[in-house]
Design a protein. Structure first.
Length: 156
């Protein structure tokens, strides 16, 4: 389905900024913050304000065409992967984010011990750890002296 058709199917007007943001999200397959999205949109359009990008992202998120995630201590990130039951893994070192498919069945994927009368439709899970690049960096920084090429041992 084209970007124009996607927007119309969700009751949104077709505008150049909306199409550009949608294209950026769909082509990135990542988790971009607003500044990254705005920079990529500006490569497609001559000028667009950061506020316009925020407004477009808000409209796309409300319409179910974009997903906003907010890992603790990080700026909001956006992705085009919507409508499925997936979670995220975040690197504590560099902030890289990757998708993790739900490990337990259909949405909401997890069942709390008490729902307090709520009808649950989603569980948002964020796994935290170190990505492979940050693991290598950590291992290099804590290598024994003969591997580092110096005579000073690292404190433990």
């Amino acid at each position: 389905m084209s970007g124009e058709d996607l927007l119309r199917s969700r009751g949104l007007r077709v505008t150049r900024p909306r199409l550009a943001v949608l294209e950026v999200l769909e082509s990135s397959r990542g988790h971009l913050d607003v500044e990254e999205i705005a920079a990529r949109v500006r490569q497609r359009l001559d000028a667009v304000s950061t506020q316009a990008v925020y407004d477009v992202l808000s409209a796309l998120s409300r319409a179910g065409l974009a997903r906003r995630i907010e890992p603790a201590g990080s700026p909001a990130r956006y992705e085009a992967r919507v409508g499925d039951n997936h979670h995220h893994v975040v690197c504590r070192g560099c902030g890289e984010i990757a998708d993790v498919d739900c490990a337990v069945g259909d949405a909401p994927c997890l069942t709390p011990s008490q729902a307090h009368g709520f009808v649950l439709d989603e569980a948002e899970v964020t796994f935290w750890g170190l990505c492979p690049a940050c693991q290598r960096k950590r291992d290099e920084e804590t290598a024994v002296p003969h591997q580092r090429g110096d005579d000073q041992a690292l404190p433990l």
